[in-house]
Design a protein around this ligand. Structure first.
Ligand SMILES: [Zn+2]
Length: 559
């Protein structure tokens, strides 16, 4: 009897330890996230800049992790990677750059009055007697009957832009009010749009006047890495970027316009009116001359697959970016490695953990692709390159889930939604959050245009419905300290650490809230992987029509 009892006990014990082990295998682990971040953000990885030895180490580590999990290679030709041809340009100093008018000369200094770089393949850039055009917000929005350009010709000229879009600062009684998402930043407000619009119009250069509130970040962020640009090397010759691009400090812009007899603040108000039209600054010319160091290299996206069963050719994508800012100037503590521990080593760790728990869980019908993009910080380059040359067809890519920065301040009552009104994935998010006993809060500064500033946007542009979790999109309602504590965490992170050496792993991190957020993706991906549903864009989303086109290319088995 006693012996039987002992046996039973030991069987029970081993059974319960098996159960505990199985549970653990399908749970996101704080310890594993920490271990991964500590490796990726270590000094030996040198801040994971594309094209550096830090890239080789990062790629090798990600592949080793995915092999350990038991994923299959998801890159080109049965490999784990997809090449992304890149070009690094560095504007050499000294950089002579001046505005001259009939009775003034304004010399610009790289880093303090201007932050200028080039994405063109030119070793020497010389510009003399270049006319300067103030284009206001530089918005050309036919659907709003709004055109700041009128019939002005920008060919060979320098275009000077206001940041954000015409209704950012507009009051309710102004004609611009509400036409560009109010305080929400539309794509028209992004510097990327302004540079592209200037290039389409043949401008030599484009400078955006920096303002902290309207840009969403202060001058030190705008001027970080002044002169450096990393971009896709094989650019389309039909749509080359402008030769010069960057930020103009608000003080320098004020002086420039004063030199032309104008007042910047008055112009800001005038540009909020649909009747505003771009104009050349009378008698003002721009001149510059500098050399550029150009280096070419192949960077890599890294991809692994968890193949599905019944419908393996339908893809759900989970992604993060592996790159960070590399090595820079020392901070007050002498640290030079901008390790991007949170941005986005932690997101990458989250994707690896998702891969591990989904592999350990029940088999799924659809395939899951885990993608680690390069050069997000250089302008979403890796994800854009993938979207332009996808390994898995876009029309059968069900959805993309992106992690980019997670809050490290502990458990929260809510999850922050970026890009409200875009797709029905936000309804899924609300349901999944509710199942966790949490709720959804909208991002607190939609005017910053975060929806257009992470890699999920590259997939959105080609029509794939996306969901982004980004820890700086709004202060979480923390279990310990509420919204105020959540806002404080963001202010501290964005103010002190974002893109700086301070974004390092810390033993003060509390990953409970980050894990809650990753678990939302785990639930949504597993659900979607066993369903035949195709999430869709909501009516009014700017990405709906491109998805409707790819829907026609897809043979929807079960619509
Ligand atoms: Zn990031």
């Amino acid at each position: 009897m006693l012996r039987f009892f002992t046996l039973t006990l030991s069987v029970l014990c081993s059974l319960s330890s098996l159960v505990a082990h199985a549970e653990q295998a399908t749970e996101i682990s704080a310890q594993r996230l920490t271990n991964i971040v500590k490796v990726l953000a270590s000094d030996t990885f040198e801040g994971r800049a594309p094209g550096t030895p830090g890239e080789d180490k990062t790629i090798a580590y990600l592949i080793e992790q995915m092999q350990g999990i038991g994923l299959k290679p998801g890159g080109v030709d049965g490999n784990w990677t997809q090449d992304v041809p890149m070009m690094r340009t560095v504007v050499k100093s000294p950089l002579a750059m001046t505005f001259t008018g009939t009775d003034f000369t304004l010399s610009l200094e790289q880093g303090s009055s201007v932050s200028i770089d080039t994405a063109r393949d030119l070793q020497t850039i010389v510009a003399e007697d270049v006319p300067v055009v103030f284009v206001g917000f530089g918005t050309h929005a036919p659907e709003q009957n709004w055109d700041d350009y009128g019939d002005i010709d920008l060919t060979g000229k320098l275009a000077v832009f206001l940041v954000n879009d015409p209704d950012f600062a507009a009051t309710a009684d102004e004609p611009a009010a509400g036409r560009f998402g109010n305080r929400r930043m539309t794509y028209y407000g992004r510097w990327a749009y302004k540079f592209e619009e200037a290039a389409r119009r043949g401008a030599l250069g484009a400078l955006v006047i920096h303002e902290t509130e309207a840009a969403g970040y202060d001058w030190t962020v705008a001027a970080a890495g002044a002169g450096e640009n990393v971009s896709l090397a094989n650019k389309d010759p039909q749509s080359l970027p402008v030769t010069l691009q960057g930020w103009l400090h608000n003080d320098a812009a004020t002086q420039l316009l004063a030199g032309a007899g104008l007042n910047l603040n008055d112009l800001r108000i005038a540009a909020r009116n649909p009747n505003f039209k771009a104009f050349e600054l009378d008698g003002v010319k721009f001149a510059t001359q500098f050399d550029v160091d150009i280096t070419r290299f192949d960077s890599r996206n890294v991809l692994g697959v968890l193949p599905g069963g019944a419908r393996a050719d339908e893809i759900i994508m989970a992604s993060a970016h592996w790159d960070a800012y590399g090595i820079g100037a020392p901070d007050e503590q002498g640290r030079t490695v901008r390790a991007g521990a949170n941005d986005d080593a932690l997101g990458s760790a989250g994707i690896l953990e998702l891969a591990r728990v989904l592999k350990a869980g029940p088999a799924l019908e659809r395939s899951i692709v885990f993608a680690f993009w390069t050069a997000e910080e250089a302008g979403l380059v890796g994800s854009k390159a993938y979207a332009a040359d996808p390994i898995f067809p876009i029309e059968t890519t069900v959805a993309n889930f992106t992690l980019d920065i997670l809050q490290t301040a502990g458990a929260s009552h809510d999850v922050i939604l970026v890009g409200k009104g875009q797709s029905d994935l936000e309804d899924d998010l609300a349901r999944a959050a509710q199942a966790q006993g949490r709720y959804v809060t909208q991002e607190n500064l939609p005017e910053n245009g975060l929806f257009y500033r992470a890699d999920h946007f590259s997939m959105a542009r080609v029509g794939v419905p996306v969901l982004l979790i980004m820890g700086i999109a709004g202060g979480a309602d923390l279990v310990d300290g509420g919204r105020e504590a959540g806002d404080r965490w963001i202010a501290d992170y964005v103010g002190n650490c974002y893109h700086k050496p301070c974004d390092a792993w810390s033993d003060g991190w509390d990953l409970t809230g980050a894990i809650q957020d990753i678990e939302l993706f785990q639930r949504l991906i597993a659900e979607l992987a066993n369903s035949s549903r195709w999430p869709s864009w909501k009516a009014g989303s700017e990405f709906k029509s491109v998805r409707d086109q790819s829907r026609n290319q897809r043979d929807e088995g079960n619509p």
